[in-house]
Ligand binder design. Structure first.
Ligand SMILES: *Cc1c(COP(=O)(O)O)cnc(C)c1O
Length: 412
């Protein structure tokens, strides 16, 4: 029997226990604020997980979604549709890419990228030309690329593949930002190298420019494709439309999702005409990929984000947060490092607080602040790119109270 009343306890009664959600349930949002079932208000420094980058209920996004809802929801890829074509046109005009494939999520965008890389090597360096085959995929330790079996195996966090063997083969994991390791691993049998320009889940770690340049050089030398997973850092969060633009290193394939739909599920794989040619009719697909509702929203998201006001605003807000955290740290000495890019910022805890990042999230809820972790030792901040500066300052004040409370509990 279903009941109208649902609460956090309902989760434990009816949901698969793979998540452990917060004790409160947000029911509405506006801009950078959320409200829960009891009317408590929160400042949102998480944006989902770097998803609602233009805030909750952005009026322009709500408008285009409503318009599309009243026109056409779905067709399947038996047809193409206007919103998908407009979005693909906009993405190709504003990036290196010449071709776009749409998915529903980041994992699916990466799944497409990895399959395409294998297929491209098969087409261009087929089995009869190279022995052993050119199928090796090189990725980084601590990286995160999604939860399908392929993407989670390519990801560099063994805890996420434990118990799921047998895993896809010919994957090589190397130390992030280690030029010598890349040099040793990438060879004639490598079909692709996949990297997050800024590791998100792995602890908010930016790649060094030299590292990405080195990967580009090694891929060119060995005929491998360079894939940038920009699912978390892309769509303005780095202060450029995509992070590769700030690094000045252009990949062969780029994946996007999270902020692309500002909360409406959508992902995209961007690539060149030459590489795209390996996905001939029938090689890959998705029922929902390129859905008109998702693409109508994403087209507006890119239009809104790709402006000097928003992108310069990211840099200004980055500085405000980093300065705020430095001020808090002068008093409380809780962090050994504050790092990141644009509005993806990680504060690494000192040794005494090791393993305690989740405490900050839990105490944050009590103080009306929504924040994230990136592993056990890093508190992660990913506010909206357009968060009003008053909200930002108030959020930092709340965060200082959170730090004080976590430290007080620590010293008892
Ligand atoms: C979140 C994330 C993914 C997975 O995206 P989903 O939409 O959850 O499938 C992949 N790569 C990176 C870098 C991410 O942050």
């Amino acid at each position: 029997m279903s009941s109208a009343i649902v609460n956090r306890q309902t989760f434990d009664e009816v949901m698969v226990p793979n998540y452990s959600p917060a004790a409160f349930i947000p029911v509405s949002g506006k801009g950078s604020r959320l409200w829960d079932q009891d009317g408590n208000e929160y400042i949102d420094f998480a944006s989902g997980i770097a998803v609602t980058s233009l805030g909750h209920l952005h009026p322009e996004l709500t408008r285009v979604l409503h318009e599309q809802v009243d026109r056409l929801w779905h067709l399947s890829n038996t047809f193409t549709n206007e919103p998908a074509l407009r979005l693909a046109r906009r993405l190709t005009e504003s990036t290196f890419a010449e071709r776009v494939f749409f998915s529903n999520s980041g994992a699916e965008a990466n799944e497409a990228a990895l399959k395409l890389a294998r297929r491209y090597a098969f087409d261009h360096f087929g089995a009869e030309k190279t022995k052993p085959e050119k199928t090796k995929i090189v990725s980084c330790k601590q990286s995160f690329h999604g939860r399908t079996l392929f993407t989670v195996s390519v990801g560099g966090q063994p805890k996420y593949t434990e118990g799921f063997a047998p895993l896809p083969g010919d994957l090589d994991h190397i130390e992030f930002n280690d030029l010598a390791a890349a040099e040793a691993a990438i060879d004639a049998n490598t079909c692709a190298v996949i990297v997050e320009p800024v590791q998100g889940e792995g602890g908010v770690l930016p790649a060094t420019p030299e590292y990405l340049k080195k990967l580009r050089e090694l891929c060119d030398r060995h005929g491998a494709l360079l894939i940038f997973d920009e699912v978390q850092i892309g769509v303005g969060r780095a202060g450029t439309l995509f992070a590769y633009m700030g690094y000045g290193v252009t990949p062969d394939i780029l994946t996007s999702a999270k902020a692309l739909g500002n909360g409406f599920p959508v992902g995209a794989m961007l690539t060149t005409k030459k590489v795209a040619a390996s996905f001939v009719v029938g090689t890959h697909g998705s029922t929902y990929g390129g859905n008109p509702l998702a693409c109508a929203v994403a087209d507006k998201v890119i239009e809104l984000v790709n402006t000097p006001e928003v992108l310069d605003g990211v840099k200004r807000r980055h500085d405000l947060i980093v300065e705020g955290l430095a001020r808090i740290n002068e008093t409380h000495r809780a962090f050994r490092d504050v790092r990141g890019a644009g509005l993806l910022i990680g504060a690494e805890l000192t040794g005494e607080l090791a393993g305690k990042s989740k405490d900050f999230v839990n105490v944050g809820a009590k103080h009306g602040l929504v924040i994230l972790v990136a592993g056990p030792n890093v508190v992660r901040f990913a506010p909206s790119l357009v968060i009003p500066e008053d909200d930002l300052q108030e959020g930092l004040e709340r965060f200082e109270a959170v730090v004080a409370e976590v430290l007080a509990a620590q010293s008892v």
